[in-house]
Ligand binder design. Structure first.
Ligand code: FAD
Length: 306
């Protein structure tokens, strides 16, 4: 059995594995797809000390750093259940079972998509999901934010400081964002909010986004908006379906962790985008992976030998 089994191979899982291995612990990483969301990212400019890198390059660096240590990486393997039987047991989709004295959950999250024509084709070519990451790429341009909840209006306010103009498209007849955010957005001068708007298509010239088409749900008329970027802010879904009823989750499905990254089960830790951490970024995921790993070490040194 492992001392530490990390489930998830994104930045949080990689950091957790390195910290565990450096404590001399027998460490395994099981990942559906090593690299996680970073693998899908084009430019990364906010990974501190690295001015500019690309997703696949950072993934290769993550993997080679983990491989500097004696870590058992099990890629293309999905965890489907976690149970406790003295130690812990993770069942994989393949039918295999892995045993470990402690567990670090790091299965990340995924952005909810609009599921309209053009969205996939222009992903990373104008269709974006992370304003902190990609906002500066649209300096001086016109963009849209899809979604009028807190994350959508926060994104609009953030982007309005950088871009020329922001159009917010909200499906409902009212915004769900906090009043104070709505008031701030109204006061900015370069944010237009359109309600009852159903985005129907992302349009582009083959290389980049050029606009979008939406239907006004009140009149059923279709409208075109010319723009260079579309920020989709309709939710980040934690990959925790397999943990329901096992560890405590928030109502949004995020794993609740304490300051040491411990979940509601002693010996089970969690890190990164799957947790109730308020901000979801690579550098934050790595920090929380390190925290969870040191937390697991603290836990293990207090266990009596089985
Ligand atoms: P993830 O990266 O989501 O990794 C999760 C891991 O768990 C993956 O290996 C996955 O395959 C695995 N997994 C999932 N379910 C299971 C399962 N059941 N069993 C086994 N393994 C499983 N952040 C920045 O800081 N800067 C940026 O420029 C930036 N740009 C981004 C651009 C895009 C398009 C996206 C989508 C995100 C971007 N982010 C950026 C956010 C950043 O990628 C995430 O915050 C970060 O990857 C979270 O790391 P994580 O390890 O928690 O999760």
């Amino acid at each position: 059995p492992f001392d530490v089994l990390v489930v998830g191979g994104g930045p949080a899982g990689a950091a957790a594995a390195i910290y565990a291995a450096r404590k001399g612990l027998t460490t395994g990483v099981v990942a559906d797809k090593f690299g996680g969301q970073v693998a899908e990212t084009v430019g990364i400019e906010n990974f501190i000390s690295v001015s500019k890198t690309e997703g696949p390059k950072l993934v290769a660096n993550l993997e080679s750093h983990v491989r500097d240590y004696d870590v058992d990486i099990m890629d293309n393997q999905r965890g489907i259940s976690l149970s406790q039987d003295g130690g812990f047991n993770v069942e994989l989709e393949s039918g295999a079972h892995l045993q470990s004295q402690s567990i670090i959950l790091a299965t990340g999250a995924r952005w909810r998509e609009m599921n309209v024509p053009g969205e996939q084709a222009y992903r990373g070519k104008g269709v974006a999901y992370c304003p902190h990451c990609d906002g500066p790429l649209f300096k001086g341009k016109r963009v849209a934010v899809i979604g009028g909840g807190n994350s959508g209006i926060e994104a609009a306010i953030d982007l309005a400081n950088i871009v020329e103009h922001v159009t917010v498209l909200e499906f409902d007849s009212k915004l769900r964002a906090d009043e104070v955010l709505q008031a701030k957005a109204q006061s900015m001068g370069n944010i237009t909010i359109i309600k009852q708007a159903m985005t129907t298509e992302v349009l582009g010239d083959g290389n980049r986004v050029t606009g979008l088409q939406y239907t006004d749900r009140a009149t059923n008329e279709s409208h075109y908006v010319e723009l260079a970027g579309i920020f989709v802010q309709i939710g980040l879904i934690p990959n925790t379906e397999w943990l329901k009823g096992v560890v405590d989750l928030t109502e949004r499905g995020e794993v609740i962790v304490d300051a040491k990254g411990q979940t509601s089960i002693p010996g089970v830790y969690a890190a990164g985008d799957m947790t109730n951490s308020p901000f979801k970024q690579i550098i934050i995921a790595m920090g929380s992976g390190a925290t969870a790993s040191l937390g697991a070490f603290d836990y293990l040194i207090r266990q009596t030998e089985p």
